[in-house]
Write a protein that binds this ligand. Structure first.
Ligand SMILES: C[S@@+](CC[C@H](N)C(=O)[O-])C[C@H]1O[C@@H](n2cnc3c(N)ncnc32)[C@H](O)[C@@H]1O
Length: 315
């Protein structure tokens, strides 16, 4: 049966209202998106994943409270934090008749990556959620108003670049190095298993800007015949582990890169852009990419895992 004009009008105005409400919800998701990040940061800082893990992987709020440092008057607030963290999938939640109807919070595949000694990405997430990393985003619009070339958003906000900050602020430097080691520990396990072919036929490798050598240690362990070294700034090398098969060399990659038949780069955009500058300098030494060896693995390495491997033949 055909709709009357009035019915058609009221159904289209209901559709319009729904569209407006949907649009508002979309904006609210963007506006309050930071609440998810900050809730995760609070959970990490309060060590809530560890508290749940210590209870065998699931715990009620009173059980969690016994393990975290929290003022007793804030227990009810913690319930609200847990609501955000369960809605976003960091923890699971269910009613437990056995616990007097208390909600029981459990680890999910995501929060299992926040506990234990292996494949634990907490130090990396804690680093990325640190105020020094987050605060440049609050002034991003001002950074856009400055002429290029100019400082990075990090330097624009803090007055010094990331590497200078690591050197200047020892506790941030420690947090940074620990975060990168955790990231390497996680990703290199997969790289070695999935992309081990990339390392075949290499007898020496230098990890340029390799941090404390988390990635190199994993390569050295998986491929003991490869002589591995790390080139890093001197203040990083000063706190590098000793007594391992990996050799740590203090230096500046823009000045010289130790000779090796493979150069390894792992890092985020800064490392890659540093390398682009460097590759111009070393191209006369015959830079030889080996695309065939990077076919399957190269795709994973550069896009999914944000990691770049360049194989060089240096005469
Ligand atoms: C994003 S971190 C990557 C660390 C490591 N590759 C990893 O993934 O765990 C970049 C590293 O580059 C180092 N770095 C910055 N400038 C450098 C330079 N001129 N020469 C050598 N290393 C440098 C920093 O100290 C820092 O450890």
């Amino acid at each position: 049966m055909a709709l009357s004009k009035e019915q058609q009008h009221s159904s289209s105005s209901a559709d319009d209202q729904q569209a407006v409400l949907d649009a508002q919800v979309q904006l609210w998701h963007h506006t309050f998106g930071y609440v998810n990040s900050m809730a995760l940061k609070a959970a990490l800082d309060l060590r809530i994943p560890d508290a749940i893990n210590q209870h065998g992987g699931s715990a009620t709020l009173p059980q969690i409270v016994t393990k975290v440092t929290l003022h007793p008057s804030k227990t009810a607030c913690l319930r609200r934090l847990m609501r955000v963290l369960t809605v976003t999938g960091v923890f699971s939640v269910q009613h437990s008749p056995a616990d007097g109807g208390e909600l029981v919070y459990g680890l999910t595949p995501a929060s299992r990556l926040l506990v234990g000694s292996s494949l634990n990405v907490s130090p990396f997430l804690t680093l990325m959620l640190n105020t020094l990393f987050v605060s440049p985003f609050l002034g991003l619009h001002e950074w856009f108003q400055q002429e290029m070339p100019g400082p990075s958003p990090f330097k624009f906000t803090h007055g010094r670049d990331l590497w200078d900050m690591n050197d200047h602020d020892a506790s941030f430097g420690k947090l940074f190095d620990k975060g990168m080691v955790a990231d390497s520990g996680f990703i290199m396990d997969i790289v070695v298993k999935e992309c081990g072919d990339v390392f075949k036929g290499i007898s020496s490798l230098v990890d340029v800007a390799g941090g404390l050598g988390g990635a190199t240690q994993a390569i050295a362990k998986a491929f003991p015949h490869v002589e591995c070294s790390v080139l890093e700034l001197s203040h990083v090398v000063a706190s590098a582990p000793t007594g391992t098969d990996v050799k740590y060399i203090a230096g500046d990659m823009f000045e010289s890169v130790p000779s090796a038949n493979a150069v390894f780069l792992k890092g985020r955009h800064q490392t890659r852009s540093m390398w682009r500058r460097k590759s111009c300098l070393i191209s006369s030494s015959c830079l030889s990419m080996v695309p065939s060896e990077m076919s399957k693995s190269g795709r994973i390495l550069s896009s999914k895992l944000d990691l770049a491997i360049t194989r060089l033949h240096l005469f």
